[in-house]
Ligand binder design. Sequence first.
Ligand code: C2E
Ligand code: MG
Ligand code: MG
Ligand code: MG
Length: 293
Amino acid sequence: RKAGVNEDRYLFYAPQMNAQVSEQLSLENRLHRALEKDEFVLHYQPKVSLKDGTVVGLEALIRWRDPDKGLISPAAFIPTLEETGMIVEVGRWALERALADAASWRAAGLPVPRVAVNVSAVQMRRKDFLNTLEQALASHPGESNYVDLELTESLLMEDIEVNIRKLGAIREMGIKVAIDDFGTGYSSLSYLKRFPIDQLKIDQSFVRDITADPDAASICVAIIGLAHNLRLSVIAEGVETGDQMTYLRRHDCDEMQGYLFSRPVPAADCTQMLTARRTLVLPSIGAIERRRV
Ligand code: C2E
Ligand code: MG
Ligand code: MG
Ligand code: MG
């Protein structure tokens, strides 16, 4: 049997389909509807300076507000968006939404830090990705110099020469680039220095174990040293405890992000946080020996 109309593809059910396949189809179907009905939302998680405690960035993290199931985390639907190519459209939406939010905070006179958007490999591979960025920046010209993109290591290593050129063009637009989840991919260090990038983000798996596992701690210290030697800044993600923060500060990590300071919050809460000019209270390092990396 064959479904007659193209649009019926997702509704069509053949008895031989197993439950997993039909579940996947219904997820695709619901994601199409989510896009149409504007059910995606961005939450923002602050990045704070470990030098002075100020909020230096906001990472936009997508969620799906499903009318039946409530707020759904990106891990549950990003892979399907990538497999179907829908991530291109949703990613464009996220970029535009983040720029529009930043512009409205700025218009309200708030101290707006840099805003970071995550980019998937599927988006980066597209020939029109640079155009998409240019168009989004053109509709919010005041934001061009305050946008960061977060890309993963494995994405960059996919097509090195092409990506080096693309990143160069991206940075010429005023955008900064961070390598997300650093340490979990397979970066060739000799290529790392050729990528026109600005920041390494230490993956949260290393940060989580920093005070319990000396190997994880060594990896964090090594990444901080690597970043600084390549004249990049470095941020630790997933910082949940004061001990983790102290360790990172003592080892000269520039910034941190994590539940210790704030979970990702809806845009409205973010407005409040910026209005209150909330900062991270940095306990005095005091007598603690300031070890150099
Ligand atoms: P990511 O970019 O590495 O984001 C960090 C994830 O860690 C976020 O999960 C964040 O909520 C979570 N996190 C932050 N601080 C802590 C902490 O202290 N402890 C713990 N345990 N977790 C923390 P989230 O929001 O579920 O996002 C997961 C991933 O989904 C992101 O990882 C990113 O790869 C992807 N993603 C999110 N939004 C987008 C988007 O707009 N486009 C694309 N392409 N991917 C996105
Ligand atoms: Mg990220
Ligand atoms: Mg990350
Ligand atoms: Mg991550």
